[in-house]
Design a protein around this ligand. Structure first.
Ligand SMILES: *Cc1c(COP(=O)(O)O)cnc(C)c1O
Length: 478
């Protein structure tokens, strides 16, 4: 591509992006495509000769766009958000254009030094004390895997990487039964093994890990000759927002010399608001904390902030220094690739810098407080409606509910979720609470307004009534 076309198509892409964002409210949130419909439009063989850019771009709009689910849609209430604030998109344009591989300080000093600075801004923003060092991981899953590897190496006297696990003592890791599946994966991949992830029951309104049961399990394992290595606590579990009592988990864990990792992938963003910090009270004593600025905060995916007490332990676990990576005579500088599992690193700090400067903490706090308020208001309206019940009360901006109807409640709930998402005006997902299906609602999209929350209420009530109407009809025609 020559310079002139590169300019032309770059400008076109940027303009397209802005128009796309402006058009989101008129699009169905979830892709309305049948499985295979997109693939069927893509030729089986690669092109032998280059194609015209105009044709490629037109196919993007014609074939690809209809198969997209619009994560930046203001009425995206499914999963957790993956917000990309416009200002972070602008930063990503620049990062994409420079396309630097920032694995070492010397492969882009600005990327490393800005990362250190903005992660320290974030540390302060969420109220973590000095003494935590931050690094950007590609995902919370990677941060958790890194933390589990540190647990493993510390518990094995740094012999796991060296000797493998076959000749080692059996390690044990503890978490509640509310944690994200990334914890299971970290346990598998680290070689610790699923049977050594001890699930401690969670209870109470916050579905917090039972810390007496935690301590009993640790003592039982020690007595049996097993080696307790660490605890993974959660603030804001994925299903219903479960929050462990972090202070108590850490008290128990540290009394037995265990490493504590706190997974606050979604809820961590809310900690920029002081009033929510009681949800993770005690976090200042954790060994490792992860939260995703790429979820609620607005930093374009991917961008996961990992804070650790002892970077030395992390580097001792993950650093490899073959000759070609040595940066001679530059002691004391940070090479962040030694803090993460992949060697290669994108320049992720720039979008955080742009985001925090453009919106300021106050702008982001207002967004999060609005989401929490609108979500609570919606939960109240559904609770007052005789056809609905709240299954789990709002935790920050996340709650779950059910529509009361005749027949099999799980089948009805799933049918309602599908009908709502087929309608297209809003997008929701389901979860399982105490064995039964419930509809999950979270408010969190960057451009959401109070009106969008009101639309959500109207759509839910309307689609549920229509579904009941259909049941009545099928019954009558039998
Ligand atoms: C989203 C989420 C994760 C996984 O985050 P990735 O960055 O996609 O790996 C882990 N834990 C919790 C609680 C989450 O909400």
């Amino acid at each position: 591509m020559d310079e002139k076309s590169f300019t032309e198509w770059s400008l076109k892409a940027a303009k397209w992006g802005a128009d796309y964002r402006a058009s989101l409210r008129d699009r169905p949130v979830r892709a309305q495509t049948a499985p295979g419909a997109i693939a069927a439009q893509i030729p089986a063989q690669p092109p032998r000769t280059g194609e015209d850019m105009q044709a490629i771009f037109e196919d993007f709009e014609k074939i690809i766009l209809p198969g997209m689910t619009h994560w930046q849609h203001p009425r995206f209430f499914a999963y957790f958000p993956a917000n990309a604030a416009p200002v972070s998109v602008v930063a990503e344009y620049l990062v994409t254009a420079m396309a630097a591989q920032c694995m070492l300080w010397q492969t882009s000093p600005a990327a490393t030094e800005l990362e250190t600075k903005v992660l320290d801004w974030l540390r302060q923003a969420i109220g973590l004390p000095e003494g935590f060092s931050g690094v950007i991981q590609d995902s919370a899953s990677s941060a958790t895997l890194s933390a589990v590897l540190v647990m493993r190496e510390k518990a094995l006297g740094w012999n796991g990487n060296k000797k493998g696990l076959a000749s080692q003592q059996q390690l044990r890791i503890y978490s509640s039964d509310q944690v994200h599946t990334s914890i299971d994966r970290a346990i598998w991949v680290s070689g610790i093994g699923e049977e050594n992830l001890v699930r401690i029951p969670a209870n109470g309104p916050r579905r917090a890990m039972d810390c007496q049961a935690l301590e009993a399990a640790i003592l039982r394992d020690k007595a049996a000759g097993l080696v307790p290595a660490g605890v993974i606590a959660c603030t804001g579990g994925t299903s219903t927002g479960a929050c462990d009592d972090i202070a108590e988990v850490i008290r128990v864990a540290h009394a037995h010399g265990l490493y504590v990792h706190v997974d606050a992938a979604w809820a961590g963003a809310a900690m920029i608001c002081e009033e929510f910090r009681e949800l993770w009270a005690g976090v200042e004593n954790a060994d490792s904390v992860v939260f995703n600025p790429h979820k609620w905060l607005g930093a374009q995916f991917d961008c996961s902030a990992h804070f650790i007490r002892s970077p030395d332990d992390l580097v001792k676990t993950l650093a490899i220094q073959p000759e070609y990576l040595k940066t001679h005579g530059r002691d004391g500088i940070i090479n962040y690739s030694e803090w993460t599992i992949p060697l290669g690193r994108r320049f992720r700090a720039l979008k955080l810098w742009f985001l925090l400067r453009f919106h300021g903490l106050e702008g982001l706090q207002t967004m999060i407080r609005n989401h929490v308020r609108w979500s609570r208001q919606l939960a109240e309206r559904l609770a007052e409606h005789r056809d609905f019940e709240i299954v789990t009360a709002p935790m920050l901006s996340l709650f779950s509910f059910r529509h009361l109807s005749e027949g099999d409640p799980d089948a009805h709930t799933i049918a309602l979720v599908n009908a709502i998402n087929d309608d297209g005006r809003i997008y929701l997902t389901q979860t399982r609470v105490d064995g039964r299906v419930a509809i999950r609602f979270q408010a969190g999209q960057f451009d959401m307004t109070q009106e969008d929350a009101e639309t959500a209420f109207e759509v839910i009530v309307e689609v549920a009534a229509a579904l009941d109407g259909q049941h009545e009809k099928t019954k009558a025609s039998r």
